[in-house]
Design a protein around this ligand. Structure first.
Ligand code: ADP
Length: 459
């Protein structure tokens, strides 16, 4: 071990010399004055001798008093830091040595208490870390693994050929670049990072990972804490559910297409009016079922989609294309589109954004009267794009506004010929916006039209 080198305490040395010099000068002046005043004294030599001895003894005393005074000053400082019930009786102090002994024994007791407290705290926090049913690791800012609980050790370290004697580097535990750079990012940005459903190939398991920066008492970053929560079971169950819905929807669509096809074939025959009415109903219900399963399929594909493909989109072109396609579906309605774009391009997943505006246009036209005004505004804000999509349709009551993004939620209609729908359109919209880490809000009141406000983060 290297011995620590302390610098020579020059300031203390100079102060000592100064104080002694002061006393010697005072004594010399005293001797000189006495010698002058007692010029005729027969005891002049004795007086000089006594004064010299006095000066020497002052020097010796000084030698002891000065450091002792410093100790007493320190005691005063410690005294101020002591809790009220442990304060020493300094004002009426009898003997400084007693005081010194008292403060030393008190400090010793305090030290014992403190170290016992620290040990208990350490034990408590360790038990806490051990009781968490997730992996926990603390690293320093150089990516050395400083502490981990048994869960983490058993799951991520025990099977690796690493020495536990020295600090293990994080990259010896994980080989995944995304995971390692998430830790690096937390230390450089000093912000929490979350990885949801992160797949760790070595373990063949999914984890929700939260990485939090670790600061010292001066708020300097000293490392990071990573918590690894195994979500493999819920992830697999979720995947099974999504796959099931996707398979069922897919399988059902084929016979439905047949039913619709055969019913249309039937209609080509010379049917009487009653049978024609029945076959019309079969066709329209087969179409409804087809649309419902189509939406379910879209939703489950969205849920199983892990990544989205962000690209630059010409927004105006996209909007016009969608409106052109939808117009063909509602030949009896007239749509007036008004656009106010402060920029022309946005960055998003084109397929998904197309779905969002298809659903919004579809609703506005479907629920609107014969002549529908739709206004779309696109604004470039500091961190995100804001798109406002407004129509002059029937609006949505406050009560329903809170629920329209829920799956299968449909506003109860009072009309005799209710408008068909699955209640899935807006939940698909919301899901897509969430996938982009954006948000969607809706403003409306009954009879006043509806405005959807979409905020998409910029890359
Ligand atoms: P769907 O249209 O298939 O019923 P959505 O999830 O798209 O399902 O919409 C949920 C409900 O919100 C609809 O039933 C409708 O009542 C209401 N809604 C959605 N968009 C509009 C709109 N532009 N104007 C009026 N009501 C709307």
């Amino acid at each position: 071990m290297n011995k620590k080198k302390y610098p020579f305490p020059w300031h203390y040395f100079i102060r000592e010399i100064q104080s002694r010099f002061f006393y010697i000068v005072v004594t010399a002046i005293g001797i000189y004055l006495v010698a002058n005043f007692t010029n005729n004294s027969p005891y002049l030599n004795e007086i000089i001798l006594i004064l010299s001895l006095l000066a020497i003894s002052i020097l010796f005393t000084l030698n002891r008093i000065l450091p002792f005074r410093k100790i007493l000053n320190r005691i005063e400082v410690i005294q101020e830091k002591l809790p009220y019930d442990k304060k020493l009786d300094l004002i009426y102090q009898k003997n400084e040595w007693n005081l010194l002994e008292e403060i030393l024994s008190l400090t010793e007791t305090n030290l014992d208490e403190q170290s016992e407290k620290l040990q208990t705290q350490d034990q408590e926090s360790w038990t806490l870390l051990e009781s968490i049913p997730s992996g926990l690791i603390i690293i320093d800012k150089f990516q050395n693994c400083k502490k981990f609980n048994s869960y983490f050790f058993n799951h991520f370290i025990s099977n690796k050929k690493v020495s536990l004697v020295e600090n293990i580097k994080l990259w010896k535990v994980f080989s995944n670049d995304d995971l390692l750079s998430a830790f690096t990012k937390v230390i450089s940005d000093k912000k929490v990072e979350k990885l949801e459903g992160f797949f760790i190939p070595e373990k063949n398991q999914y984890y929700d990972i939260a990485i939090t920066p670790l600061f010292d008492s001066k708020t300097e970053i000293i490392g990071a804490i990573g918590i690894f929560h195994n979500v493999t079971n819920s992830k697999l169950t979720e995947k099974m559910r999504v796959d099931f819905v996707a398979n069922v929807s897919h399988e059902i669509k084929t016979p439905l297409t047949s039913i619709k096809g055969y019913s249309q074939l039937l209609q080509a025959q010379n049917l009487d009016s009653d049978t024609k009415l029945l076959s019309d109903k079969i066709i329209s219900n087969a179409e409804r079922l087809h649309d419902l399963f189509e939406s379910l399929l879209k939703l489950s594909v969205l849920e199983s989609k892990r990544d989205i493909k962000i690209e630059t989109i010409n927004f105006e072109d996209l909007v016009k294309k969608i409106l052109g396609l939808i117009n063909g579906k509602y030949l009896d309605k007239e749509v007036h589109l008004n656009t106010q774009f402060s920029i022309h391009h946005i960055q998003a997943d084109i397929k998904l954004i197309e779905q969002v505006f298809t659903n919004l246009f579809d609703n506005s036209i479907k629920y609107g009267k014969e002549s529908i005004d739709i206004t779309i505004e696109l604004d470039d804000l500091e961190n995100h794009y804001r798109i406002k999509f407004s129509d002059n349709g029937p609006g949505i009551s406050q009560e329903d506004l809170n629920r329209i993004f829920e799956r299968f939620y449909r506003v109860q209609e009072k009309s005799d010929s209710p408008i068909e729908g699955s209640g899935l359109g807006l939940s698909i919209v919301k899901h897509i916006i969430n996938k982009h880490n954006g948000q969607i809000l809706v403003e409306s009141s009954f009879g006043q039209g509806t405005t959807f406000i979409i905020e998409l983060p910029k890359l």
